[in-house]
Design a protein around this ligand. Structure first.
Ligand code: AMP
Length: 249
């Protein structure tokens, strides 16, 4: 089974995100960038499938500026076999990424694509679903367990009411949830080995994909600061405040 694992370069989850002074976006200059945490889980799952002898090859792909090669190297150090960088400076919306991935799927013919359920920068939660729709493939989103079964995959999904188990035919799309696994740290020898693994560089135009944004960002703003709570002495006072101050009852 050949696996394609998209990994996105995002602001590190430990960084307190700041909005740019001109309100055009989030500050990324001099900010620590890392692989999207859900994508680390995707790489880990792919490597485990390879260690179990189920997967044969893992291709890590990242779309964005040249610096995304760092996140591909991390995936290679964790155990991916080779990388593809789709180089583009500028905004890449989920639909554009899904189209780029679709073009790579046509080129690479993977049996399974493992994406994160969402990227922690924009929290779009869309790329995996869009890719499944564009390809017409089965999808198992929010996966907390993946088991090979009946020539396909049995995926346990985290849904609002609990857990749902679905059987997928291959080829398929899976998106990872937090409890799927705990990603490994790359060891120093593996980081050294990863330097020798190949990364192919392509441009969206090479894949015949137009990545022009379709959305216009009007303004990015900090959420309003939360007001301090108030203590009430009695239920009567609470009801009075809800009725006359908050006007919610
Ligand atoms: P999103 O739909 O933006 O929340 O992203 C969901 C998942 O799609 C991420 O966890 C990645 O696996 C993948 N993805 C999104 N954008 C990119 C990108 N620029 N490069 C590689 N993978 C991406």
């Amino acid at each position: 089974m050949k696996l394609l694992v998209p990994v996105k370069r995002v602001v590190d989850y430990n960084v307190k995100v700041r909005v740019k002074a001109d309100g055009t976006g989030v500050e990324t200059a001099n900010v620590k960038m890392s692989m999207n945490p859900f994508d680390e889980i995707g790489v880990e799952e792919a490597v485990r499938l390879k260690e179990k002898g189920i997967a044969t090859e893992i291709v890590a792909v990242s779309c964005g500026p040249a610096a995304c090669a760092e996140q591909i190297r991390t995936a290679l150090a964790m155990g991916a076999d080779r990388g593809i960088l789709v180089e583009h400076d500028g905004v890449l919306e989920p639909l554009a990424v899904a189209k780029l991935l679709k073009a790579l799927v046509a080129k690479e013919s993977p049996d399974l694509v493992i994406l994160g359920k969402q990227a922690i920068d924009d929290d779009m939660n869309a790329t995996g679903q869009m890719l499944a729709a564009l390809l017409g493939w089965a999808q198992g989103t929010y996966a907390s367990k993946i088991e090979p079964a009946d020539g396909g995959l049995l995926v346990t999904r985290e849904v609002d009411g609990g857990l749902e188990r679905i059987q997928l035919k291959l080829p398929a799309i899976v998106t990872t949830d937090l409890r799927l696994n705990e990603p490994r740290y790359a060891s120093l020898p593996n980081i050294m080995k990863a330097r020798k693994k190949p990364i192919e560089n392509v441009k969206p135009a090479d894949l015949g994909v137009d990545v022009t944004p379709r959305l216009t960002v009007l303004k990015v703003a900090e959420p309003p600061t939360r007001q301090a709570g108030k203590k009430v002495a009695s239920v009567a006072e609470l009801v009075d405040k809800l009725r006359n101050e908050a006007k919610v009852i």
